[in-house]
Design a protein around this ligand. Structure first.
Ligand code: 4AD
Ligand code: MG
Length: 436
């Protein structure tokens, strides 16, 4: 920054190390109040907000007049001394000696008054600057880190799955189709099939990336583009898969609780919900879930899939996430293995978050027998040719294997206690939103 008055740069998050020093801070004006002879500027630098105290007889008249005229989100640099301020939440303030204006913002559209969600979503590129959105997205970054650390520390190999795919993984009704040099490609619904190849090559792998679903549902749980973390392990059965999912969710929830208490408090999360996320997580069979729903007066038939309402009713029975396993196989994706103990069931599981947040994990054991898999592909009306490479995994050293997918945004909505997933991703893609 060209500024002759400039001192060494400070950032809000580390300002406590520079008490008594003269520093320059760069940022934007978050808020301002004045008591005539003193102006209090809230400077936001992306890592936090610091109060800058501008006293009339401690700066030039031009600087004081500038501060008087500054509007919200103007870009400024403030030079001054870092002081301890026990009254502020940060614990420090800046005694300003000089203020430099880089860009004057006029009539910033997002004011502290209430705005409707549609308005805020249309201004998502600016809304990101608000304290609440900032906190949520910092937690998101921390959650992604915690997810990676969990698997990296257990020697899983990160194996990136492709985004352009030749075939459906999670059913043909939610595929986004795109032109691929005159042919057809689909945006990936899940990296799972590629992780199965990876598990046979590396033993334990995971992918973590964006996935796409052309879901024609406008619910608070559905995005058309969301991030999923998908581990897959060779020589793994459904029980081991549930153990892994349990350990994973408990560890990431506890770590978020520990590392992001200030952010979670700022957004109003009841931390007791996260404190309760401890092993063991309850596990019930689909059949038991049906009984539970009927006991609550819900008219479900055996074989029905659970929607948001059913999931909420079930999760209300537990104080922590619950795993439901062995769903009817006819409801499930082609790759699921049949339960040898009951041909009607699949060796699969879903984890429902507590508090009515719905399914955050889906997974299970995969069909490892070639003939059975070929029958399933045909029964689901899927093109056999597109899966020829996948059949090879059952031809050359096929073994029991299992894995799951955890949706980052739904998990974040639950951890943060947010009503809708649209606030859990920087630029949400919904059925009716592709902008900004
Ligand atoms: O249950 P799903 O469809 O499972 C799979 O895709 C498996 N192939 C994963 C695997 O076994 N490797 O999706 C997994 C998770 C869900 O539990 C949910 O958290 C999230 O992905 N999810 C969505 N999140 C936001 N919006 C949507 N439309 C979502 N669909 C699924
Ligand atoms: Mg699912």
């Amino acid at each position: 920054m060209p500024n002759p008055e400039q001192a060494p740069r400070a950032w809000v998050h580390t300002i406590g190390r520079q008490v008594g020093e003269e520093v320059t801070m760069h940022g934007w004006l978050y808020n301002k109040r004045s008591s005539g002879k003193v102006q209090f500027l809230q400077l936001r630098d992306g890592t936090g907000i610091v109060q800058c105290v501008v006293v009339k007889n401690e700066v030039t008249p031009e600087v004081f007049a500038l501060c008087d005229s500054l509007q919200q989100e103007s870009a400024i640099s403030v030079t001054g001394e870092v002081r301890v301020d026990s009254r502020s939440p940060l614990g420090y303030e800046l005694g300003a000696r000089n203020v430099v204006l880089h860009h004057a913002a006029d009539d910033y559209p997002i004011s502290p008054k209430e705005h409707g969600v549609a308005f805020l979503m249309d201004h998502r590129h600016l809304w990101l600057r608000s304290s609440r959105q900032h906190a949520i997205l910092r937690i998101r970054a921390g959650l992604a880190r915690a997810c990676r650390d969990f698997f990296d520390s257990r020697n899983f190999t990160l194996l990136d799955a492709p985004i352009f795919t030749p075939a459906a993984c999670e059913g043909t009704t939610t595929l986004f189709e795109t032109d691929y040099f005159g042919g057809k490609a689909f945006l990936s619904q899940s990296g799972q099939l590629y992780m199965e190849a990876g598990a046979m090559a590396f033993g334990k792998v995971y992918c973590f990336g964006p996935t796409f679903r052309a879901e024609k549902s406008k619910t608070r749980r559905h995005l058309t583009e969301f991030w999923m973390i998908e581990p897959e392990v060779a020589y793994f059965d459904l029980e081991a898969d549930m153990d892994l999912a349990e350990e994973f969710v408990v560890e990431i929830a506890q770590r978020m609780r520990r590392e992001f208490e200030p952010e979670l408090t700022l957004i109003g999360r009841d931390l007791a919900v996260l404190d309760r996320v401890r092993k063991p997580l309850p596990r019930i069979r689909y059949d038991e879930a049906i009984e539970l729903l009927r006991a609550k007066g819900c008219a479900v038939a055996w074989g029905d899939d659970f929607g948001g309402d059913e999931e909420t009713l079930i999760s209300q029975e537990f104080d922590r996430p619950v795993i439901i396993h062995r769903y009817p196989i006819h409801r499930k994706a082609f790759y699921m293995k049949q339960d040898p103990a009951d041909a009607r069931l699949a060796l699969c599981m879903d984890m429902l978050a507590s508090d009515g947040y719905g399914e955050i994990v889906g997974g299970g054991q995969r069909e490892d027998n070639l003939a059975a898999l070929e029958r399933k592909i045909a029964a689901h009306g899927l093109p056999k040719e597109a899966f020829s490479w996948y059949f090879d995994l059952r031809r050359y050293g096929s073994v029991p294997h299992a894995g799951f997918g955890l949706g980052l945004e739904r998990t974040l909505a639950w951890i943060c206690g947010l009503h809708h997933v649209r606030e859990t991703i920087p630029f949400p893609r919904l059925m009716d939103r592709l902008s900004p």
